[in-house]
Write a protein that binds this ligand. Structure first.
Ligand code: ZN
Length: 145
């Protein structure tokens, strides 16, 4: 499983995802068909007491970003029609993740990669070679303190 890759991919889109979370929450708000009362978070109606299972998610009306956000919110069953193979895997992953971590707003951001860590210790020195070519040299930054 490419779980680590997936988390890195997730981090890149987290900023955009956060903006969309509110919209998804509104989209999830449901109304009782009998008395038009807003259902509580668990899908039950405070007036007639009936409990409604969540409606299947309509992916056809979503932008790719909204699809992704919905999938990462764990509200898209992997069996939903219209999902690509990759999206099914992601939907299954996020449903499991949300089930295990109901309080988690987002997956923990991954630690910086080794390359990112290492890049802090290098600076690029650009010089011009004897034939006018550009030469980039990675130099170790001198540690002070
Ligand atoms: Zn009701």
């Amino acid at each position: 499983m490419g779980a680590i890759e997936f988390r890195e991919h997730d981090e890149r889109l987290q900023a955009a995802t956060r903006k969309l979370d509110g919209k998804v929450a509104k989209r999830r708000a449901r109304v009782c068909p009998a008395d038009a009362t807003l259902l509580s978070e668990d899908g039950s109606c405070g007036v007639c007491g009936r409990r409604l299972t969540p409606p299947s998610v309509d992916l056809s009306t979503m932008t790719p970003q909204q699809r992704k956000t919905a999938i990462e919110s764990g509200i898209v069953p992997p069996a939903t029609e219209g999902l690509s193979e990759q999206e099914k895997k992601q939907a299954a992953f996020w449903q499991r993740y949300r089930a295990k971590h109901p309080d988690a707003q987002q997956a923990k951001p991954p630690k910086p990669t080794l390359t990112e860590k290492a890049s802090k210790f290098f600076r690029t020195e650009v010089t011009v070679g004897p034939n006018g070519e550009r030469i980039e040299t990675q130099r170790l930054v001198e540690m002070s303190g």
